[in-house]
Write a protein that binds this ligand. Sequence first.
Ligand SMILES: C[S@@+](CC[C@H](N)C(=O)[O-])C[C@H]1O[C@@H](n2cnc3c(N)ncnc32)[C@H](O)[C@@H]1O
Length: 186
Amino acid sequence: MGEWNAETAEWYVSHYGDYATNRLGLKNLNIEAGSTVVDVGCGTGCALRHVSNQVVSGTLMGVDPVPRMVEIAREQTVNHVAADRITFHEGTAESLPVSDAAADIVLAFESFDHWKDQAQGLKEVRRVLTANGRFIVVKDGGLPNGSNAKQAFKAALEKAGFAIAEEKNITEGEVNCTRWVCVLNV
Ligand SMILES: C[S@@+](CC[C@H](N)C(=O)[O-])C[C@H]1O[C@@H](n2cnc3c(N)ncnc32)[C@H](O)[C@@H]1O
């Protein structure tokens, strides 16, 4: 996918808006009920609507650079039971509209590979996470073991000061993804 804009947003929403990785990536994470969760590259906000089942009293923020995507996320959430706790904001991974140390959980579901400057994005994720926070990355299809892509991904996390606490392959039907749970390496 090249440039994200209103047209690609509409295409994505009609094909993958509720894609299963949004739900599978949250399995067995034991996120505390009052957590603050930030979803970077939130798309339709699908993952936040799922996470609201676990985070029953916390604050959920979606960030996406495409104004039309943010509009769609709001449209799809307005009648949701947790609508009063879910907000959407225009912004990029590279410059998150989030205060320092405000997030217990940062999600990047099918989003990390779309960031323009991943090192800067990771620096921002580090800035907004609390000291015990978790950064959850999900990639559809995962990354082949021993591949340059996997090595580069892990090296980027390490360079940015993250440790990988869990790497898990999750499969349901024909959907297969890998989830990395990253913590701050102080
Ligand atoms: C493949 S979609 C994934 C959307 C959603 N997370 C999901 O899994 O359904 C990638 C998303 O990343 C967003 N994106 C593109 N560039 C970005 C950036 N620099 N920072 C944050 N998000 C970005 C796109 O607008 C798009 O919504």
